[in-house]
Write a protein that binds this ligand. Structure first.
Ligand code: FE
Length: 493
């Protein structure tokens, strides 16, 4: 088993450029995108919905961490070689009340406090459902997701907030529904139709994971609930036809600074480097027993994919050597990248017969936000797409897109450096093609030179040739988190 490498110093990007992508964007737009370099592929049709913090302050009170920023949805609809942009904030209860009050009324999970110091924050344990992490179109509903509470439903055409959505009574008020659903392209429990698989977790001294599977109409077809020992920070999971797999990071939670009004809940997470990370393998049948496999200590937010092969279970996951917090920086904008570990892509091979594992580092370059052809989710796959640092070593902001051929190890990169900063790449297959990498990579990035955001469309079979089209927005969109492309909906221009 290899060990994770140490972070090293990096200074190959301009901090002021990077910071300038974290300005609040209070405006809401709707327009046809006119400024386009290159040609949008005629066969590319659908809508890229993305979510992320649109506000990095509440009426001038800065958030302590971007993850505490109010969710703003962007939609770029593409059809017949043309594109249309729209963005809107999710009208969460917190967003509406804070706008009216002109100041923060809630504490953020990642350390944002109400004005007034600890006395004003102590024992205020209300959660602000900020709806800022992901957005997905499923069952003819557009849902903005935040992992600790229920989704908000939006009108897919106008992005107007319709309210909290309980998924036809599946969720109870306030019940968690993760921001990382997985779409199984062919679910044998549902006549080989696609299904959306997601989970909610309730944690404390022990943890309860509830798993849900929904058919393409959004109807619940399968649910079960499992208990696991210990505190569990579960942001994402992976699926195969037979399993849901979670990584229980080796962390503990000391609630005292949170209760005392000094820190946010997520700032009270402590990484225990002597404890293994634990793979929790839950059979999707809802009946067979859970299995656990110990792995090297690492911290994982995101999994790229999982699959079953040769009697083993494989997981490709972005691993950090430890919990990548701000390492004492007062402010995220002052974060010292050289002190924060970078994400690296590892492949874990789990033997469920012996409950043992092996691990190999596949991508050492700092990386996050993996994606793949949606038809290969949960299945053996060859091509992975991921946001990466421009420089091959050390931690730095994501500035490039990498395509990795997992069969040969060949890597192809397109970089937006020195002044572009990338996020999550999204692979869109060419309609009716069965070739795994036949399609496009959509990468929304921030161009510090213009102070504006752009959408690059790359031909996934010719990454190093650069974008076939770049859609230049006349404004910026703050760095976002996750999104999805749907071929099932286009906003009428
Ligand atoms: Fe995530």
């Amino acid at each position: 088993m290899q060990t994770l490498s140490s972070p090293s110093a990096s200074t190959s990007f301009d901090m002021d450029d990077w910071r300038s992508g974290y300005r609040s964007q209070p405006n809401e737009y709707a327009y046809a995108i006119e400024d386009i370099d290159g040609t949008i592929p005629a066969e590319l049709e659908g809508t890229l919905f993305r979510n992320g913090p649109g506000l990095l302050d509440v009426n001038g009170y800065p958030v302590h961490h971007p993850f505490d920023g109010d969710g703003m949805i962007t939609a770029i609809s593409i059809a017949q070689g043309k594109a249309y942009f729209r963005n809107r904030f999710v009208r969460t209860e917190g967003y509406v009340k804070e706008r009216a009050a002109g100041k923060p009324l809630y504490r953020g999970v990642f350390g944002t406090q109400k004005p007034g110091g600890p006395m004003a924050n102590a024992f205020d344990l209300r959660l602000k459902n900020i709806a800022n992490t992901n957005v997905i179109y499923w069952g003819e509903k557009l849902l903005a997701l935040w992992e600790a509470a229920e989704p908000h439903r939006l009108n897919p055409e106008t992005l107007d907030t319709l309210g909290l959505d309980y998924l036809d009574g599946v969720l109870k008020p306030g019940e968690a529904f993760s921001a990382h659903p997985r779409i199984d392209p062919s679910c044998d429990r549902n006549n080989n139709q696609p299904c959306l698989v997601n989970f909610g977790v309730k944690t404390g001294l022990s943890s309860t994971i509830t798993l849900y599977e929904f058919d393409p109409k959004g109807r619940l077809v399968h649910t079960h609930r499992r208990n696991i020992p210990g505190f569990a920070f579960l942001h994402d999971f992976a699926i195969t036809p037979n399993y849901c797999i979670f990584f229980q990071n080796p962390v503990s939670f000391n609630p005292i600074p949170y209760l005392a009004g000094i820190k946010g809940a997520a700032e009270c997470i402590q990484f225990n480097e002597k404890q293994p990370t634990r793979a929790i393998v839950i059979p999707r049948d809802g009946i067979s027993p859970i299995q656990t496999v110990d792995l090297q200590p690492c911290f994982v937010f995101h999994h790229a994919n999982a699959f079953e092969a040769d009697g083993k279970l494989y997981l490709d996951s972005v691993c950090y050597q430890e919990f990548p917090d701000l390492k004492g920086a007062e402010n995220y904008l002052e974060a010292d990248f050289s002190r924060i570990p970078e994400g690296q892509l590892w492949r874990f091979e789990l033997d469920l017969t012996t409950e043992t594992s092996q691990a190999d580092c596949l991508i050492e370059r700092g990386c996050e936000f993996p994606d793949l052809n949606p038809n290969n989710v949960g299945r053996p796959y060859r091509y992975l797409y991921i946001g990466v640092a421009h420089q091959p070593q050390g931690n730095a902001p994501l500035q490039a897109v990498l395509k990795r051929d997992l069969a040969t190890g060949k890597e192809e990169i397109w970089s937006f450096a020195p002044r572009g900063f990338a996020g999550e790449p999204i692979f869109v297959p060419r309609p009716n093609s069965t070739v795994e990498d036949d399609g496009w990579i959509l990468s929304q990035f921030y161009n510090a030179e213009r102070g504006c955001s752009e959408l690059a469309i790359l031909d996934a079979q010719h990454v190093t040739q650069g974008p076939v089209a770049t859609l230049k927005l006349p404004h910026h969109v703050p760095y976002g988190l996750h999104g999805n492309f749907t071929q099932d909906f286009v906003i009428p221009a």
